[in-house]
Design a protein around this ligand. Structure first.
Ligand code: GSH
Ligand code: FES
Length: 108
């Protein structure tokens, strides 16, 4: 069980930008291939996004898994809603849904 403080921290991070990526490393230096997949896709689409390096904060690394009910990193949020990890982002990118979803989100 996570503390209300951690829950509040996560909520505030997630609400801090339209696209938020919890990942290992950062945009310029992803520290895992799965996190790198997400960064590359978002870069190809040319959208602005915020990243959170879970390797720098163990509470966030563990807390986000419980918060999202999703066991792994990376995790992508769009307009406060959990979208998925690397596999899901790749699928949504390949079938065109991601671009559409992000266009709508960024226009809102
Ligand atoms: N199939 C996952 C791959 C991600 C994954 O397996 N992440 C692992 C290794 S980086 C993970 O987060 N393990 C727990 C941890 O490192 O805290 C996806 O689609 O995102
Ligand atoms: S850090 Fe080893 S698979 Fe992601």
């Amino acid at each position: 069980m996570m503390t209300p403080e951690l829950q509040e921290r996560l909520t505030s991070i997630i609400n801090g930008d339209k696209i938020v990526v919890f990942m290992k490393g950062n945009k310029l230096m992803p520290q895992c291939g799965f996190s790198n997949n997400v960064v590359q896709i978002l870069n190809i689409l040319g959208v602005p996004f915020t990243t959170v390096d879970v390797l720098a904060d163990y509470d966030i690394r563990q807390g986000i898994k419980e918060f999202s009910n999703w066991p792994t990193i990376p995790q992508v949020y769009v307009n406060g809603e959990f979208i998925g990890g690397s596999d899901i982002l790749i699928e949504l990118y390949q079938n065109g849904e991601l671009q559409q979803m992000l266009e709508v989100a960024l226009a809102s």
